[in-house]
Design a protein around this ligand. Structure first.
Ligand SMILES: [Zn+2]
Length: 106
């Protein structure tokens, strides 16, 4: 049955949380999950040292948050954020449509 996943990861790396495997019944659930993941990432940078890296990462996440909130319902979504230089490649944030037989991870 068709469902959606909310995934954030650095290209070439496995997703950091098990959330990525979690199937959402509706696109809106995947959207709010992705927004939550962005919020958690922003909290992480906001708690750390206030430097250029954190500023870049927070600005990038703020823009990504705006984009996902404006995303077209039902369509796959992809955007990238700057992680402030932790990796040399950007972090990907996605809502993907899936028809595999995914089970919720425990
Ligand atoms: Zn799936």
């Amino acid at each position: 049955m068709q469902h959606w996943h909310a995934i954030s990861n650095v290209s070439g790396y496995l997703p950091e949380s098990d959330d990525a495997a979690y199937p959402h019944d509706t696109w809106e659930d995947a959207q709010s999950d992705l927004i939550d993941q962005m919020d958690r990432a922003a909290d992480f940078y906001a708690m750390g040292p206030e430097d250029d890296r954190a500023t870049a990462a927070l600005a990038s996440l703020e823009e990504a948050d705006r984009l996902v909130r404006a995303a077209t319902r039902g369509r796959d979504f992809l955007t990238y954020t700057d992680d402030g230089g932790e990796h040399t490649i950007p972090t990907a944030w996605q809502i993907i449509t899936c028809t595999e037989d995914c089970q919720p991870s425990l």
